[in-house]
Design a protein around this ligand. Structure first.
Ligand code: AMP
Length: 141
């Protein structure tokens, strides 16, 4: 499968465009989604190239899912969430828009629907939410 090394998440990983970073380890990187569908909506990506789940290695998938679980606990703690939705899309007909593997981690509350897609966040609000997530991660250890 083709990997375009100029996709926007590859540029974020290279530091060529800014993002609100939340967490990184040796294999994964987490940052706030700029069009969040819930407060605390963040994205988990592998640091190495792959287009989506279909061409990802076992190691990339395992590393991402470990971090997805970590962020699931963090969003629960930081936003008083009662549940977590994880979304991951493959190829355009599958809903994928950015072609570097990513997992959406969305804190959920009973009876609260996700916001519609495509609404740009205020950057100060995103930073405040990222601060909450960073504090929750530090607390969780
Ligand atoms: P999808 O490929 O359908 O999972 O959608 C890509 C996601 O990336 C959307 O939720 C966008 O809001 C998000 N997104 C696109 N560009 C950026 C960016 N520069 N920083 C953070 N999130 C982004």
């Amino acid at each position: 499968m083709n990997y375009d090394s100029d996709n926007i998440f590859a540029k974020i990983l290279r530091g060529e465009i800014p993002c609100e970073k939340v967490f990184e380890d040796a294999d994964t990187f987490v940052f706030m989604d700029i069009m969040p569908r819930a407060d605390g909506h963040c994205l988990v990506i592998p640091k190495t190239p792959c287009r989506n789940m279909l061409d990802a290695s076992d190691a990339q998938l395992a590393a991402c899912l470990r971090t997805v679980r970590k962020m699931g606990h963090a969003v629960m703690a930081a936003f008083g969430a009662e549940g977590v939705t994880v979304q991951q899309f493959n190829e355009a007909p599958g809903g994928q828009e950015v072609f570097h593997l990513h997992y959406h981690v969305l804190p959920r509350h009973e009876g609260v629907k996700l916001r519609p897609p495509g609404q740009m966040a205020d950057f100060d609000v995103l930073k405040t939410q990222a601060d909450k997530l960073r504090a929750a991660l530090a607390e969780l250890g």
